[in-house]
Ligand binder design. Structure first.
Ligand SMILES: Nc1ncnc2c1ncn2[C@@H]1O[C@H](COP(=O)(O)OP(=O)(O)OP(=O)(O)O)[C@@H](O)[C@H]1O
Length: 217
C-alpha cells in the first residue's frame, strides 16, 4: 500500500513557485492498479519519485508498506564501476533474495554475454537498459511504478523475452502508471486519477477520469 496524507510539494524556480501537490490525500491498495493522468510538465515524474521514496514531500506524510519498485526504466542503484554480476548479487542481497537466482535471471534475460562480468560503465546504452530492466524484473515487487509508458529497447529479441515476463508481473502485481495519455493506462489500470491544480482527483473507472481530463485540458 502507498498512502499520501496531506502531501504538499513545490519547487522554487527562482521567479515563482511551481506547485506539484497541494495537500493531496490518496492511497494505492494492492490489487487496485492506478493510472494517473496529467499533462506534461505538471509533476508526473516527481510524484512517481515520491512514491518510490526518491523524493521527499515538503509537508504531509507518505506511508509505504509494500515492496515498491524504483520507477521502471530508471537506472537506479546500479553501480557503474561494478560488473552486472556484482550489481545483481549486491541488489539481490539488499532485497533479501537468492543472489544465484537473481544473477542467472539477469544473465538469461539481458543476454549481454561476456559483458556481464565487465563494469556497467563500459556498456552501450542498450545493454545498460537491458541489464537494469532485467534486474528490475528479477526482484518481483508488489507495486510497480511506471513513468510514462513502457521502457523500450531497440532489441526485438529482448523485448519479446522481457515483454512476456513484464506482462505477467503487471497483471498479477499492482501498477501505478503516470501518463499524459489515457491510451497507456488502458491495459493495466483498474482505477484512474487526474492531477489538476495540485490535487489528485480519484475515479473508479478510467472513463470517468478521461472525462475530467479531456474537459480540463
Ligand atoms: N528540482 C527541481 N527544481 C525546480 N523545478 C523542478 C525540479 N524538478 C522538477 N521541477 C519542475 O517541476 C515541474 C514538474 O516536473 P516533472 O518532471 O515532475 O513533470 P512531468 O509531468 O514528469 O514532466 P514531463 O512530462 O515533461 O516529463 C516541471 O515544471 C519541472 O521543471
Amino acid at each position: 500500500m502507498i498512502e499520501f496524507t496531506n502531501v504538499s510539494k513545490s519547487f522554487w524556480t527562482g521567479k515563482s513557485r511551481k506547485v506539484i501537490l497541494d495537500r493531496a490525500t490518496f492511497r494505492v491498495d494492492l490489487g487496485k492498479s492506478l493510472g494517473i493522468l496529467a499533462p506534461n510538465g505538471t509533476g508526473k515524474t516527481t510524484i512517481i519519485n515520491m512514491m518510490a521514496g526518491l523524493e521527499k514531500a515538503d509537508e504531509g506524510r507518505i506511508t509505504r508498506t509494500s515492496k515498491i519498485s524504483f520507477p521502471l526504466g530508471v537506472v537506479s542503484g546500479v553501480n557503474m564501476k561494478q560488473t552486472a554480476q556484482e550489481n545483481a548479487r549486491y541488489i539481490a542481497r539488499l532485497y533479501g533474495l537468492d543472489p544465484d537466482y537473481v544473477e542467472s535471471f539477469c544473465r538469461y534475460l539481458a543476454d549481454i554475454k561476456e559483458y556481464f562480468t565487465m563494469p556497467v560503465g563500459t556498456y552501450s546504452q542498450g545493454m545498460r537498459s537491458r541489464f537494469t530492466f532485467a534486474l528490475m524484473l528479477s526482484l518481483d515487487f508488489d507495486i510497480y511504478l511506471i513513468d510514462e509508458g513502457m521502457p523500450s529497447t531497440m532489441d526485438a529479441a529482448f523485448n519479446k523475452r522481457a515483454g512476456a515476463i513484464l506482462h505477467e508481473r503487471l497483471t498479477t502485481g499492482t501498477v501505478v502508471i503516470v501518463s499524459h495519455s489515457p491510451k497507456i493506462l488502458e491495459t493495466y489500470c483498474r482505477q484512474a486519477a487526474v492531477l489538476k491544480d495540485g490535487r489528485l482527483h480519484m475515479f473508479e473507472t478510467l472513463e470517468e477520469a478521461k472525462e475530467l481530463y479531456n474537459y480540463a485540458n
